[in-house]
Design a protein. Structure first.
Ligand code: CTP
Length: 427
């Protein structure tokens, strides 16, 4: 690999790391965090906490006690998380969307920050007199509490008894810190800083293989319109791309799936962008490329499209019909040729000379890695065997179902991605 290309990749990787703020927070990718805010002056810091959690890739939903809304508005939290903020236990509108029991089942972690002395007391005694305390009774997710209160309240034996009870029930206690307080006192009881809380939350999760990496995957066929009711397409089912997306999300990656028309549900924790034609798939891929660490082109892109799309349905007047086709753009080559290119992985479904044709595509399209397989045995099927090809090596993956082979592919992609970004940059 040319030295400057290696350097470009290394710099791009480093800047993506910086985007994630710290590598330590990668384990928050794809995690569902219910952020509970209770009434205390530190509630203003919860806005920054919500922002940091979201930036680290977590899906954040906020529940506020009525007292918390006196310190910070639900609108601020809604704007920062992109999700409706829940405040009332008996809110018909909220129950119609995500009811309180559904909300209790949703998170991977409930983080209460700030947790006031009053809230700790109510939870310790098992009360369920507002939405947040009710959720704590109903949830099976781990709970972390970030106490924040005046130092005298913190030092009071009642508070300590409550915390002992809560810790004995398995709740995590984050902080508090010591220092200057809003009321003018100095001592213990300050809420930890948002960055510290986010890091503690991240530490509660195991790190997946692809934690925090941003993956873009194309999948399925494209359709090229002939007229308003007809199109040219192929037999791709989208199963391989969808299996890769599901497995990558399970391994902690932030996955965007750019999908042609298929009959498959969106995998959990994957963001899907729906497209129809090759041109739309290219536009979506270019829009997602900035900040993408790994681009995987699994889509069976139609190589040609009709030179013009008839405005009205074509009538069968003539005995024969000639369609003029023009070449579609090559999506993966376009991505692999970008100046700030992601690690780029292609697929090749071949009907003959699988490895030889695959190897020439790897080179022609400037790919880092390519998985080649036999087209007829793959389309629509659940089982797969694939050749993994790279500039100076090959491996056979499978046979196995597409989920198993997807995991093997991701492990190989990750290993190559790491060795690529660790290529020493020579001067
Ligand atoms: N691909 C793409 N854009 C295209 C065609 C293909 O991005 N217009 C990508 C596919 O997603 C896949 C790889 O290129 O990752 C190889 O696809 P394939 O259809 O096998 O390659 P073609 O270039 O179309 O070669 P062939 O002449 O065999 O059709």
């Amino acid at each position: 690999m040319p030295v400057d290309a290696a350097e470009t990749r290394l710099l791009s990787w480093l800047s993506n790391r910086r985007l994630n703020e710290t590598v330590r927070m990668n384990s928050l990718a794809n995690k569902r965090i219910l952020l509970g805010i209770t009434g205390g002056i530190a509630a203003y810091k919860s806005a920054e906490l919500a922002r940091l959690l979201g930036k680290a890739g977590a899906d954040v939903r906020v529940v506020m006690t009525p007292a918390a809304t006196q310190f910070i508005t639900p609108l601020t939290l809604q704007a920062l998380t992109g999700n409706r903020v829940h405040t009332e236990l008996l809110d018909a509108e909220a129950e119609a969307g995500m009811g309180h029991i559904e909300l209790a089942r949703w998170p991977d972690l409930v983080l209460i920050a700030p947790a006031s002395a009053d809230f700790l007391a109510r939870v310790a005694s098992g009360q369920a007199d507002d939405l947040l305390s009710t959720l704590l009774l109903a949830t099976r997710a781990p709970v972390a509490l970030a106490p924040a209160m005046n130092q005298a309240m913190w030092l009071n034996a009642a508070t300590h008894d409550n915390l002992r009870v809560l810790a004995a029930r398995g709740m995590q206690i984050f902080g508090p810190a010591e220092g200057e307080q809003a009321c003018g006192d100095t001592g213990p009881g300050r809420m930890l800083e948002p960055q510290q809380l986010a890091e503690k939350a991240a530490a509660l999760f195991e790190t997946g293989l692809l934690a925090g990496l941003r993956l873009v995957i194309t999948a399925g066929p494209t359709r090229e319109a002939i007229d308003p009711v007809r199109y040219i397409s192929n037999h791709s089912s989208g199963k391989m791309g969808y299996a890769l997306a599901a497995e990558a999300a399970a391994a902690g990656a932030l996955v965007t799936l750019i999908s042609g028309p298929v009959a498959l549900p969106v995998p959990e924790r994957v963001r899907r962008v729906d497209v129809v034609s090759a041109q739309q798939m290219l536009d979506a891929s270019l829009a997602e490329a900035p900040g993408c660490d790994i681009f995987i082109g699994v889509a069976a892109v139609a190589d040609y499209r009709p030179a013009s799309v008839a405005a009205q349905k074509l009538k069968k007047t003539a005995q024969s019909l000639k369609l003029e086709l023009v070449r579609n753009p090559d999506i993966i080559s376009t991505i692999a040729s970008l100046e700030q290119r992601p690690f780029t992985v292609g697929f090749a479904a071949e009907t003959e000379d699988v490895d030889a044709n695959g190897a020439s595509k790897l080179q022609r399209k400037k790919l880092d890695l390519l998985f080649a397989n036999h087209a007829t045995s793959t389309f629509g099927s659940d089982a797969i065997t694939a050749s993994a090809l790279w500039s100076d090596g090959r491996a056979t993956l499978g046979p196995g179902n597409k989920s198993l082979v997807a995991r093997q592919m991701l492990a190989l992609i990750h290993a190559h991605y790491l060795s690529l970004i660790h290529t020493p940059v020579k001067s």
